[in-house]
Design a protein around this ligand. Sequence first.
Ligand code: AMP
Length: 281
Amino acid sequence: MRTLREVGALRTAVAEWKRAGDSVAVVPTMGALHDGHLSLVAAARGAADRVIATIFVNPRQFDNPEDLAKYPRTEDGDAAMLLNGGVDILFAPAPEVVYPAGFATSVSVSGLSDVLEGAHRPGHFDGMATVVTKLLLMTGADLALFGEKDWQQLQIVERLVTDLNIPTRIIGCPTIREADGLAMSSRNRRLAPGDRARAGALYRAIAQAADRIGAGEAADTALAEAREALVRAGFTAIDYLDCRDAADLQPMVRADRPGRVLAAAWIGGVRLIDNVAVNAG
Ligand code: AMP
């Protein structure tokens, strides 16, 4: 595995692969890798001849400077995991490489970016959409893999590649969870042991709500009980816990089409997000 930090070197390497007829997949990450990220790498390995993983803690998608400063940075350990996972190139550019002096362009996906996470984290999805667009264009990848863990992000990325005619196929991969259901996340390592022990309640609450809505119950009552369960479990605030159309993310009151229960909630000063499918019938 080669670690590259400049766009020119990355393009040269990818051009060589393409000349040889190899297909290329990219797995964009912010590092602090766990088994969720590695499942994307494994899916990439199975779907393409060559795999690029990127590590870039994108300053533009942090609405809160403290959150950016606290974001874990563990590149040496990450590189060892990616090497083990069969990655060919780790692309880990410095912020000045991605945003050189004079950088003035932003990619903004309206509608999908305004709700849920977008309503609580102003600018977050514009920052994400801008950097993902850049990473897809820098790598020229045929495939890009994203986790369903960040369901809204996945819908926005699918929208932007369609709207901007970016010839990269987007593949969504299932959420990898701890034994108690907690979705793996780089933020989990910030949880104190007592909060970590309680955090599995988030998945249990949304999974139960999704089952009940799927079985025909009105979304309102199932969601209200899920919110109560979170408070009982020790969550201190709920940014949202909603049932939405899986594709356009508009509110859904009953399971008459594919849906998703999505939540963001705080425990021990850590903000966790998760989502599960609502399957009618
Ligand atoms: P991040 O480093 O948090 O920006 O995540 C990089 C990619 O890994 C995104 O596509 C995430 O959706 C995905 N990802 C993060 N956690 C998980 C997980 N528990 N299971 C599957 N994919 C994940």
